[in-house]
Ligand binder design. Sequence first.
Ligand SMILES: [Fe+2]
Length: 561
Amino acid sequence: MILGIWDGHDAGAAIIKGNKILVAINEERITRRKLHAGFPVNSIKACLDYLKIKSSDIQEIAVSTSDFAKTFTRYFPFSKENYYKFRRRMTEKPAFVHLRRNLKYKLTEINSSSLTKFLTKEWFRKQLKKIGFKDINLYLVGHHQAHIASATFCSGMKKMLTITIDGIGDGLSGTVNVFENGKFERISNISGKDSLGIFFEQVTNLLGMRELEDEGKVMALSDFAYPIDEKKNKMLDFFKVSGMNIKAKYSVSKQGSLLSKMLWNTQREQFAYMAQYTIEKKMLELFKNSINATGIKNVCWSGGVASNIKANMKIRLESGLKNWFVFPHMGDGGLALGAAMQINFELNNISSYDFDNIYFGTDYKEDDIEKELKKYKMPYSIQDNIPKEVGDIISSGEIVLWFQDRMEYGPRALGNRSIITLASKKELKDKLNIMVKKRDWFQPFCPTILKEDARKFIGDANGFDKFMTMAYTTMEEARSRIEAVMNVDNSIRPQILGNENKKYRGIIEQVKESTGDGIILNTSFNIHGYPIVMTPEDAIKSFKIAKAKYLAVGNFLVKQG
Ligand SMILES: [Fe+2]
């Protein structure tokens, strides 16, 4: 068994054995602090508890990232806490905010050294000792190598191009790699000073949103802009893609001040559009050049910028790739698993995992669920066929909060911690955004589609994706039936469901009986700004805040109001 740990932004733990992912959990789900950063003591314990093992049962431990900034925050955790509050705008606007931000970016650009590596390992040994780990072998994996490992080894492909793009980690913001005959070859390193991720982070922040969290909102907002001619989009000049590398024209601080000046007389939607267009164009160039240079058309990718589903779509359609895979926990939250996989590869030569689903979290017994329902005095009935019952409720136009089995790993709810309703009714979209989820009006919702029905809705189907990592264009004739899950540009970001989740499939099959279409709206079970629910208790609390009507948890159906 190998334990992987990540202690930065969206910290977490994962345990793997052979070619199986046994359990993987992010700290935010337990502490209820969105994208929690810090040593993930709770997730490590939750992983051990789930497997009913003790810390002494694990000897091999993989950790990731030892650049200067990360090492510094390990020894001075108050800096991490301050940044967390600052980033989430939980404090008054501090003095010298630009100066502070620029200093932070400067510090993150400093790469790891033998000293920071040594200090990182020492720090981890100390933390692990405190929670009972003894006689361990501790391995340090490079930040991007952990991203690379997760995408490569879960892709199901044998020979491939693996590309990472993110903000910054261990001095880099991207890499291009070939994996062939069981070996990696790194063919390009993109410096952290030339980061597309940090560029988009700055745009997010300037738009008054939370960096490292709301980048998807910027992408969504860009859909509401009118197109701007390339010649008028000054952001395109910020980066030059040459071959398999990217170079930034300005330093991060200069880039920030230019963006700020631009925003002064640019509408928010237009500003978002220009940034989104820049990301799409530059990523496409990088992918195209890499495919042309290597001749490899199997491509997988990971890193925070891989969460940009519109850029992913452009790459899928225009880069010349043949087969593709985007690692679903693409941001730093997936590094614990990636680090463990890299060490499993180095120690045991394992380079492929069963990756049919991403339900790697905790689950709860019916008895425990019932105890919670009683504790909160929830009115419930026990159902002998909960998928069918929920399918009927949804078909009547209601919204259901759905909680079953093991929690998903990663940013998307894929049918075990989901809020679900009909995909056809546009008015449900506003009701969900404003009343239930309490988020911005322009944020779109996504569907889950039964695999056999996917071609009814999707026009450009080269490779279907189970994990909501990709945008697709919809078929014109189907659009009026999927108004609640379609973006304003007529695209969707679906979960295509096979047989990996029988209960969830049961709901959609039931909906199909009455509507004729195997599709529903699926959004994550959380209140906006909070993590996805983990326990039945979290589910009940969120259900109360959302003032929703139906909660299905295990075989229990709760109806309120
Ligand atoms: Fe990263």
